[in-house]
Design a protein around this ligand. Structure first.
Ligand code: ADP
Ligand code: ILO
Length: 345
């Protein structure tokens, strides 16, 4: 492979950080599973509008290709090579700080997880992926109480059911082009599926970008209830299925943006006035380290003034701090929206 030509307007972290010199030092390296630089950067090369552009194939990728990944990790999370990740799941430390919960349409907190001693999704074989599905779905089907529910494999799920679950924000979409070129859609739909409890307030996605996405969600703005349910679920699942975890980087994920807590705490919220004042909107989201997504998830647009607002950083801060970023930032957005609504009255 020779040094790639990036389009002039390319702004991804891959274009920014993969210099010709760095490329030369990494181009012939591979991980213990045989994952190469070409595979790490393929999604970013094929999708020149990527924001990040790199994926890991295994935990070893973060070591072997560290000179590239560490640059991306530092730029995204503000986490340097000498930093170490820490966890804190104590819901009692969360401060609601005057958040007007009535303003929030729905709250969702998810974490990504991958199975210890298995390659990540980009490098996993079909047999390994099926084994993961079998191990994890058995553990999930044994859950009790509020978490009790059923696993539904994508293979054999009717198109109608699949589309309804996606529209209601419960299920992942298929055909994502970023995942496609990362090798994460291989053998689709084999090994993929969704588990949910009877109320659909606790869900687990299997073998999408990460091997597990553990999700707690409900209507309204009770962040504490959503967080507490997620923590219970994470702990119950980890008792049965050990996850890939590094002392330095925390939970290991396919995309470097999800390392550490692998947690994204989001609300769906109607902010029509801020939506018309993007400069003010972005000033607040930058101050509180928040990300703005559209109403149907990443790479989608806002509809009817509804936005998905979540914490941006996931590594080098604890789970409590990640959720606190979201709470404080959303409280500030709500205050700004109310003030703008008064002006246009
Ligand atoms: P992820 O959160 O796993 O990174 P996406 O951004 O693609 O992935 O979101 C997955 C789904 O979750 C989408 O349908 C999205 O609309 C939905 N979602 C995210 N946050 C919320 C929320 N607070 N309330 C309801 N649905 C949400
Ligand atoms: N590879 C895509 C998405 C990056 C961040 N989102 C995740 C982890 N789903 C890009 O580089 O824009």
């Amino acid at each position: 492979m020779t040094y790639p030509t990036f389009p002039k307007d390319c702004t991804s972290m891959l274009c920014k950080h993969l210099s010709p010199e760095l490329f030369e030092t990494l181009k012939d390296k591979e991980t213990a599973n045989g994952f190469t630089l070409e595979q790490v950067i393929n999604s970013g090369l094929k999708n020149s509008d990527s924001e990040i552009g790199v994926y890991a194939g295994d935990e070893d990728s973060y070591e072997v290709f560290a000179p590239l990944f560490d640059k991306v990790i530092e730029a995204y999370h503000g986490f340097s090579q000498s930093d170490k990740h820490h966890s804190n799941l104590n819901a009692d430390e969360l401060k609601i700080n005057g958040l007007d919960e009535g303003y929030i349409l729905s709250t969702r907190i998810r974490v990504g997880r991958n199975v210890k001693d298995m390659p990540l999704g980009s490098a996993v074989s079909k047999e390994q992926r099926n084994e993961i599905e079998e191990r994890v779905s058995s553990a999930l089907n044994a859950l009790e109480g509020e978490l009790e529910g059923e696993y539904y494999a994508l293979l054999g799920m009717s198109k109608n059911v699949q589309e309804r679950l996606i529209k209601e924000h419960f299920l992942f979409k298929d055909g994502d082009r970023f995942l496609e070129y990362a090798g994460l859609n291989r053998d689709w739909p084999h090994g993929r599926g969704i588990y949910h409890n009877h109320d659909k307030t606790f869900l687990v996605w299997l073998n999408e970008e990460d091997q597990l996405r553990i999700i707690s969600m409900q209507k309204g703005g009770d962040v504490l209830e959503v967080f507490s349910r997620l923590v219970l679920a994470m702990q119950k699942i980890e008792e049965k299925v050990p996850f890939a975890y590094s002392d330095r980087l925390g939970y290991i994920s396919s995309c470097p943006t999800n390392l550490g807590t692998a947690m994204r705490a989001s609300v769906h919220i109607k902010l029509p006035n801020l939506g018309e004042n993007m400069e003010q909107f972005k000033t607040i989201t930058e101050k509180y380290f928040l990300q703005i997504r559209g109403v149907n998830g990443e790479h989608t647009k806002s509809e009817e003034g509804i936005f998905d607002i979540s914490n941006l950083r996931r590594l080098g801060i604890t789970e409590v701090e990640a959720v606190q970023d979201m709470i404080d930032g959303v409280a500030s957005l709500i205050e700004a929206e109310k003030a703008l609504a008064e002006v246009v009255k």
